[in-house]
Design a binder for this molecule. Structure first.
Ligand SMILES: NC(=O)c1ccc[n+]([C@@H]2O[C@H](COP(=O)([O-])OP(=O)(O)OC[C@H]3O[C@@H](n4cnc5c(N)ncnc54)[C@H](OP(=O)(O)O)[C@@H]3O)[C@@H](O)[C@H]2O)c1
Length: 293
């Protein structure tokens, strides 16, 4: 049993926490909005970041964005100043590589082992313990916490030194954005051409261009179901992180630029709290079609 402090009780954190508790770990949680801890079972609830962090063997962080991590990790009384040198801190949030590097530097100064470890997968994979984790940091630090990461994930990938996980996460999310945008375009084209969208999805599910994203999102689009696993507002954040990161390393990402524009338009229309797939509603609106069957 490992004593774990977990900060961030959002969609992803809640699923991971449930699996850590089920696996027998001693979990103490903290959240900015304390009420979100009320329906969690088997955890202790800390009222301050320091209470959640001090004396734990492992601290896991899963917050929405750079602003949240800057406040909770690097702010006064944040994790970087509260954590003991005996604790391994793991940041699972999707944030900018620059901020991830700042975190790594702050923890190095404090003598606290640190991993950036963003996750692929969504609400379902968090709930089932089937995430895919991309880790940056020293191999020996990863080995210390591998049993804990194994509880929440299907696979763990050591990408290299600190910051490599944060960078890999943006490389992967480029493909998530591209696939959702392409799915929207292909469904709108198929509908405009008079094809039966159920038959279209049947083909997408078996061909050499099939994708679990198409399998998951396609039927939901036909049902008009945009219930949230991965909020569109977070996908806009990620698209902009990819653009910034790509500009820094000098790699043009015209597909991401296009997707960012569509996502921003969807957020402007008020779809930000809906699932990331709600960007498809804008593509359909522009094509003048209704994709629901
Ligand atoms: N959902 C997915 O499918 C998915 C998949 C892979 C990766 N991710 C990434 O994982 C992270 C968490 O995603 P999620 O879907 O769990 O997000 P979420 O449901 O929106 O939860 C966000 C969490 O961050 C906290 N937070 C936001 N701003 C804060 C601030 N300024 N100070 C302190 N806490 C703050 C929220 O606290 P409150 O409760 O107080 O608002 C909440 O605990 C994000 O970086 C996301 O991009 C998500």
């Amino acid at each position: 049993m490992t004593s774990i402090g977990f900060l961030g009780l959002g969609t992803m954190g809640r699923g991971m926490i449930a699996n850590l508790v089920t696996a027998g770990h001693d979990v103490t949680v903290w959240n900015r909005t304390p009420g979100r801890a009320e329906d969690l079972t088997g955890v202790r609830v800390a009222t301050t970041i320091a209470d959640a962090v001090q004396g734990r063997e492992v601290v896991m962080i899963c917050l929405s964005d750079d602003a949240a991590v800057r406040q909770v990790v690097l702010g006064a009384d944040g994790v970087a100043s509260a954590a003991d040198p005996g604790t391994v801190v793991i940041d699972l949030s999707t944030i900018s590589p620059d901020l991830s590097d700042e975190e790594a530097a702050a923890f190095a100064t404090a003598g606290v082992p640190f991993l950036d470890a963003p996750v692929f997968g969504s609400k379902g994979e968090a709930a089932s313990g089937g995430l895919w984790v991309v880790v940056g940091g020293p191999a020996e630090t990863l080995e210390r916490v591998r049993p804990v990461l194994d509880v929440v994930s299907e696979t763990v990938h050591h990408m290299g030194p600190n910051g490599s996980g944060a960078r890999m996460k943006l490389v992967g999310n480029l493909l998530v954005a591209a696939q959702l945008h392409a799915l929207g375009e292909s469904l709108a084209l198929a509908r405009s051409a008079g094809l039966d969208l159920s038959r279209v999805l049947e083909v997408l599910a078996v061909t050499d261009f099939r994708s679990p994203i198409f399998d998951g999102v396609g039927p939901m689009v036909l049902d008009g179901d945009y219930s949230t696993s991965f909020a569109l507002r977070l996908m806009l954040k990620d698209a902009r992180l990819i653009q910034e990161f790509a500009a820094q390393v000098g790699a043009p990402v015209p597909g991401v630029d296009l997707a960012e524009g569509t996502i921003a338009a969807a957020v402007d229309r008020g779809y930000g709290e809906e699932n990331a797939s709600a960007l498809i509603k804008v593509i359909a609106e522009r094509a003048g079609v209704d994709l629901s069957t």
